[in-house]
Design a protein around this ligand. Structure first.
Ligand code: IMP
Length: 192
């Protein structure tokens, strides 16, 4: 199991900058949702660290829930375009203000699938808060209402994001060395 230093090319967002931005987002969200029935919906597993820090920066009452999505491939190198719900949230969202908390929006397929599903459950509002936005990779138009950082097209890890399920615990966002990053290819055939 390599140490993270073996695959780290550079630190893109240091821990102190992450914390400052998360607290700014928390203040903004607290203002925007004041007096509303807010549900933070975290997409597992990458969004966990962001959720935990963000909710501590909210000054308004709010509930949390979780969803997990499965996609073909291992960890973060999964292909986009084929997304299934593997764990559904267990709260009724009808009439509630739902804010989806996501680690990173890359091609946009994952979040587009989540939005499509959740819309059918008639929330009062449905918005997205993404820590990282790799906007130049976007293939599907998705509105992102709160963005932590717009980042270049590099494979990143840490602060919830993994490389093959590892290194989510790091307090910063790092860029992986080029040989670690595998460009997502075309959709692989479905498993039997
Ligand atoms: P999308 O469907 O292409 O927008 O991909 C979103 C998901 O891909 C994220 O929730 C991450 O799990 C994963 N992902 C995309 N880019 C990266 C990255 O640079 N590092 C780690 N995971 C990533």
């Amino acid at each position: 199991m390599p140490d993270y230093r073996d695959i780290l090319a550079e630190i893109l967002v240091p821990a102190d900058k992450l914390q400052v931005r998360v607290s700014e987002l928390g203040a903004e969200i607290s203002r925007d949702y004041a007096g509303q029935d807010l549900l933070l919906l975290c997409i597992l597993r990458g969004g966990v660290m962001f959720l935990a820090d963000l909710m501590r920066q909210l000054s308004i009452p709010h509930a949390i829930d979780f969803m997990a999505l499965s996609s073909y491939g291992v960890g973060a190198r999964k292909s986009s375009g084929s997304v299934r719900i593997s764990l559904d949230l267990n709260q009724n969202i009808e009439g509630r203000h739902v804010l989806v908390v996501e680690d990173i929006v890359d091609t946009g397929h994952t979040i587009a699938a989540v939005l499509e599903l959740l819309q059918t459950r008639r929330p009062a509002s449905l918005k997205i808060c993404a820590l990282l936005d790799k906007s130049e990779r976007r293939e599907v138009v998705v509105p992102i209402h709160y963005v932590g950082f717009d980042i270049p097209n590099k494979f990143v890890f840490g602060y919830g994001l993994d490389v093959d399920e590892l290194y989510r615990n790091l307090p910063f966002i790092g860029v992986a060395k080029p040989d670690v990053y595998v460009t997502p290819g075309p959709e692989p055939p479905a498993r039997p």
